[in-house]
Design a protein around this ligand. Structure first.
Ligand SMILES: C=C(O[C@H]1C=CC=C(C(=O)O)[C@@H]1O)C(=O)O
Length: 432
């Protein structure tokens, strides 16, 4: 690993910054937001790129060394103040996409109503006294039209039929199959428009932007705050109703549907087993509590079956240790994990890149939050946009219904990019 710089950081209390999104870079936005709170960053004090199966632990080693060498002057002392890094990790060990850990130069944050600004230097220079810069007004907006990606509608249907066959043959129990859409964001478009629409329409989700990966995820892979661990596991989906009665009946059916409950149980079991495996104490599962029954989480586009897990951070572990252990959960990989990931490699026709990987932030205190990078897209520097959405396949899955589900799951990101196509039409089946 290259020699790491000695970072110097200074955090002070700030006036209310207003809309945090206006404090990040229009072309390379870095944000983490939920219900108006979170972090918005710009500039790069240090960046590391990681690949392969050790990408998360390697980033963890770099982060520990950066923190150990850093000089941190933090007047605010809340999660996300002081030295902070943002990370996005590839889904697959074999991905061509780099996993990124980035330490910005400035961060503007709001946490439980407390507002702060941080500046970070990497050249040994004393950080200037942080001041809240002016909000940069939004620039050009643009519409992106999406078309089928490498995984066409018929390829998706065939992949699901194949996956169901494998499951019925007993090769595996569950696998998450996803598909992609392609678009192009006009040159000069201010990417903060996309984030503003995501944060406004999906304010209960975690809106993220790191290294071109943007989206609004409803799923918290893992959060560590003051030594307390929590996670929100999602699996099992249905559409929203057109009337309150229909909506209530869809919610009721989702909570009772055996197929969705199995899908959900597998995701919970994988998360619990991985978290428990990190605890070296005599009673491994001590401290982990799970919602007794999955609850129905209402989002503007879908209902999900959801469960929350809570516990204490096992001794000597960090948030990135938890990320490494948990990823990929059965909500984005499958069961058993290894066979599912192999099956995804064979049946999907593209590189997932950072879709369904961990995305989030961590700070020098050991706090951090990582969502599963869902309901989003990779936006390349040249404006190419690749959006992704998938669904869990079990023995009873129906290819048409699975396709319709991915159409609903695309909505947050395609609408945020200005494509209002109604995404719930049944697929046109054609030759593969
Ligand atoms: C894989 C995705 O969603 C996961 C999260 C929630 C519900 C899911 C499902 O019901 O299949 C998926 O496991 C996606 O949005 O691309």
């Amino acid at each position: 690993m290259p020699v790491l710089p000695r970072l110097r950081t200074r955090t002070v209390v700030a006036e209310d910054p207003g809309n945090l999104i206006l404090h990040t870079d229009p072309w390379h936005p870095v944000v983490w937001l939920r219900r108006g709170e979170g972090l918005a960053a710009s500039g790069t004090a240090w960046e590391g790129r990681f690949r392969g199966s050790s990408r998360v632990p390697d980033a963890g080693v770099a982060w520990s060394e950066l923190v150990a060498a850093a000089e941190i002057d933090d007047d605010v002392q809340v999660p996300g103040s002081g030295l902070v890094g943002f990370a996005a990790f590839a889904f697959d060990d074999h991905s061509r996409a780099a996993s990124v850990l980035r330490v910005p130069r400035t961060v503007v944050g709001r946490r439980d109503g407390a507002c702060f600004v941080t500046t970070i230097t990497a050249d040994g220079a004393e950080p200037s006294r942080p001041t809240l810069g002016a909000q940069a007004p939004l620039g050009v907006d643009a519409r992106t039209r999406f078309r089928e990606g490498a995984m066409t509608a018929s390829a998706h249907t065939h992949a699901i039929t194949h996956a169901v066959d494998l499951i019925r043959e007993g090769v595996l129990t569950k696998v998450v199959i996803a598909r992609d859409l392609d678009g192009r964001l006009a040159a000069g478009a201010d990417r903060r428009h996309v984030l503003t629409r995501l944060a406004d329409s999906y304010s209960d989700c975690w809106t993220y932007a790191v290294d071109g990966l943007v989206g609004a995820s409803p799923e918290m892979l893992v959060r560590v705050l003051g030594g307390q661990v929590s996670a929100r596991v999602l699996a099992g989906t249905t559409r929203r109703g057109r009337t309150p009665q229909e909506d209530a009946s869809l919610e009721h059916d989702l909570r009772r549907n055996p197929k969705d409950r199995i899908e959900h149980r597998l995701a919970i079991d994988s998360a619990i087993a991985q978290l428990a495996s990190l605890d070296d104490h005599d009673e491994p599962e001590t401290g982990l509590t799970v919602s007794p029954e999955p609850f129905a989480l209402a989002l503007p586009n879908v209902w999900h079956l959801a469960s929350d897990i809570r516990g204490a951070l096992p001794q000597g572990r960090t948030v990135l240790d938890l990320v490494h252990a948990l990823h990929p959960t059965a909500a984005v990989g499958g069961t058993p994990t290894g066979v599912a990931v192999e099956t995804i490699r064979r049946l999907e026709r593209y590189d997932r890149r950072r879709y369904a990987g961990p995305v989030g932030w961590l700070d020098w205190r050991g706090d951090g939050e990582f969502a599963v990078a869902l309901r989003g897209a990779e936006i390349d520097d040249d404006g190419r946009v690749t959006a992704f959405a998938g669904g869990g396949i079990v023995a009873d899955s129906n290819p048409m219904e699975e396709f319709a589900e991915t159409e609903l799951k695309f909505r947050p990101i395609t609408q945020a990019l200005g494509d209002d196509t109604e995404r719930d039409a049944p697929p046109r089946l054609g030759p593969r």
